[in-house]
Write a protein that binds this ligand. Structure first.
Ligand code: CTP
Ligand code: CA
Length: 217
């Protein structure tokens, strides 16, 4: 019912939304990942659908709620996430990177299970592909929106990401604030563009999703 009463102000716009963490293998049974519930990305995808957009949701291995109405693809690694975005990017109107891609990976994961032998295991981790930066370099007509999850120096760090990744907006989240960050349904975010900073009050992820989509309108 909600669908019928929502204004279709994103009608026909193609919006790629990424959500959740990615995972990278260490060996056959072990992996490294990032903390991410996927709630922000799923809320954005669902609200964009209600507002009439053609939504492509690309999700890491989480499923905070069912979104049967949108076109969804599941991925595991950064490479898979990047490749799926690439398939949709050229004629997209926007890319919203709510995913938390894994920053590091093991260069050559073992394809058998590593056995414990009573000694420490040293892993060399290499930096993973920065997906948002890749598409920032590639962008034409697309509006790019990224996030910044920080524990300190929020605005400064977010501003650096805005420049380095060549995106239009960064949604900055102070992970340590009460009512923000992990395991809660609310956020206290700031929206940074190249011209302005807007500090938002505490709101639900659903409300924030709509604030973010308003940037596209
Ligand atoms: N991002 C990405 N690819 C990565 C890492 C992050 O596309 N390998 C995107 C995220 O989806 C987010 C933005 O970049 O939209 C910022 O992510 P964040 O983790 O806050 O910053 P990083 O650039 O990874 O730097 P750090 O984790 O060291 O703060
Ligand atoms: Ca990161």
């Amino acid at each position: 019912l909600d669908y019928y009463f929502t204004k279709k102000d994103l009608n026909g716009k193609k919006i790629i939304v990424t959500a959740g963490p990615t995972v990278e293998k260490i060996d056959y049974v072990r992996y490294i990942t990032n903390k991410s519930s996927g709630k922000m990305g799923y809320n954005i995808a669902y609200e964009a659908f209600k507002r009439g957009a053609d939504v492509k949701l690309i999700s890491g291995p989480v499923s905070p709620f069912e979104v049967d109405c949108v076109d969804k693809v599941n991925v595991n690694t950064n490479k898979e996430l990047k490749d799926e975005i690439d398939k949709e990017f050229d004629d997209a109107d926007a890319l919203i990177m709510a995913a938390a891609p894994t920053d590091y990976k093991v260069e050559k994961p073992s394809d058998v299970k590593i056995k414990k032998d009573g000694n420490n295991l040293n892993l060399e981790l290499i930096e993973n592909i920065d997906i948002l930066k890749y598409f920032g370099d590639k962008k034409n007509q697309q509006t790019l929106i990224g996030f910044a999850a920080e524990t300190d120096d929020l605005i400064n760090n977010a501003q650096k990401k805005l420049e380095a990744k060549k995106v239009d907006y960064i949604i900055a989240n102070d992970l340590k604030k009460k009512g923000a960050g992990f395991d809660v349904d609310t956020n206290i975010a700031s929206i940074l563009s190249h011209k302005s900073i807007e500090k938002l009050n505490m709101m639900t992820k659903r409300e924030l999703a709509n604030k973010i989509l308003d940037l596209l309108v």
